[in-house]
Design a protein around this ligand. Structure first.
Ligand SMILES: [Zn+2]
Length: 412
């Protein structure tokens, strides 16, 4: 197994609030074996000199959809599975080159994509997946317009990102099936959403016993439930029923934030998708219902982060991008830095996300025992986060498992 020595100038280790200077990091067989002030004993297969640059843990995107390769869900649903898998693979490679060495997919990605990456057929981030997200009839995952009466059958539906299920028994069975297929977590839609045609944003979706059934199955498998939820009512209900990761949360108030903090649950804000859709949506021919719902949540995203910070909610970092908008993935750093310090944003994208993924100590940090997943940046992101999101980005190299990623910095 290859031994690679990194002679780092400045390090953000994912955990400390300040940069650490002048350390030697030895990666042996893809895993960090030491972080020291002195150079460990050789021989080394490779020595990487990073003086004048900053070394960070590889970033984690905790709200990602590998198969959301098109902004238009009608086009997406019409794609043959073989075509979709190639497109998803290309999207994963581009994501890795942007510095995201891990993604948590919250609707769509499956065992096949995970295996192709693990075996090295596809260059992509470490993938944590749930299969398809669970939606109730008429919920955020039900793409039918009011005039459509055909059944969205769970078994042979063409749904890529979500499946429609009703009743605790159906949900329990779907949860067991997802976990059998290797799901790392389960995902439920617990409030209305912007891309679905019949549900208002405020709608609190699924009955308590349906949510409890999924939480029970996840918990006994030592996994957990992530839930799409915008408003305080659905957020508070979700965490009280044992949901551990609240996605988006744009309309959260301080009372609901206090309940999230009390239950030691997490919130994963996703600002990039709203901003990116808003800037591109009208020209892309997005439907009117989507644009009007979009403004309701987009305008509240930053305020929600401030409310959560004030209530001591642990905040993760996600993007939720679709199709060509994935190019805006690093924009999440810019958007977040409007209301958070660089250290808060970087901690969210590294060690806090690692904790959400139940992978603390393995990813999102630079410490012995963690994977050799790194981002190398020209400049000091703790002083100026724009080194990440400016164009071209100051990211000069990405490493995953002690191997340098090809094609970093290439124009998309
Ligand atoms: Zn999403």
């Amino acid at each position: 197994m290859a031994r690679v020595l990194f002679k780092a100038g400045l390090i953000f280790d994912g955990l400390s609030p300040e940069l650490i200077a002048d350390r030697s990091i030895l990666v042996d067989g893809g895993v960090i074996s030491s972080v020291s002030e002195t150079t460990p004993d050789g021989p080394f297969d490779q020595v990487i000199d990073l003086k004048g640059q900053t070394l960070l843990p590889g970033f984690i995107d905790a709200h990602f959809h590998a198969y959301a390769v098109d902004t238009d869900f009608v086009r997406l649903e019409a794609m043959p599975a073989t075509y979709l898998s190639h497109r998803g693979a290309a999207l994963m490679t581009a994501t890795l080159r942007r510095g995201f060495t891990t993604v948590r997919d919250v609707g769509g990605a499956d065992y096949g994509l995970w295996r192709a990456i693990e075996e090295g057929w596809v260059a992509g981030p470490r993938l944590f997946y749930c299969g398809r997200a669970f939606s109730q009839t008429g919920g955020h995952g039900d793409a039918r317009h009011p005039g459509q009466a055909d059944e969205p059958c769970g078994c042979n539906s063409r749904a890529v990102l979500a499946e429609v299920l009703d009743g605790p028994d159906a949900l329990r069975r779907a949860a067991r099936e997802a976990l059998r297929q290797g799901a790392h977590h389960l995902k439920m839609f617990l409030s209305g959403g912007i891309s679905s045609p019949t549900d208002p944003i405020w709608a609190s979706q699924f009955a308590d016993e349906e949510i409890a059934a999924v939480v029970d199955e996840a918990t006994r498998r030592r996994a957990y439930v992530a839930a799409h939820a915008y408003g305080s009512e659905s957020i508070a209900r979700a965490v009280r029923l044992g949901v551990r990761s609240i996605e988006h949360a744009n309309l959260i108030d301080s009372e609901a934030a206090a309940i999230v903090a009390q239950h030691e649950a997490y919130v994963v804000p996703t600002l990039a998708i709203y901003d990116s859709l808003w800037r591109s949506g009208r020209t892309n021919g997005a439907p009117d219902f989507l644009m009007s719902k979009l403004e309701d949540v987009r305008s509240r995203g930053l305020q929600a982060i401030e409310i959560c910070r004030a209530a001591n909610v642990s905040l993760g970092f996600g993007t939720d991008l679709l199709g060509e908008l994935h190019e805006d993935q690093l924009e999440e750093f810019r958007l977040r830095s409007q209301v958070e310090t660089p250290i808060q944003v970087l901690t969210a994208a590294t060690s806090t996300n690692a904790a959400i993924l139940q992978m603390a100590g393995k990813i999102g940090c630079i410490a012995p025992g963690a994977f050799g997943d790194f981002v190398v940046v020209d400049g000091n992101p703790l002083e100026d986060l724009s080194v990440l999101h400016r164009k071209p980005s100051g990211i000069t190299a990405v490493w995953k498992g002690g191997r340098r990623v090809d094609g970093v910095g290439q124009q998309e």
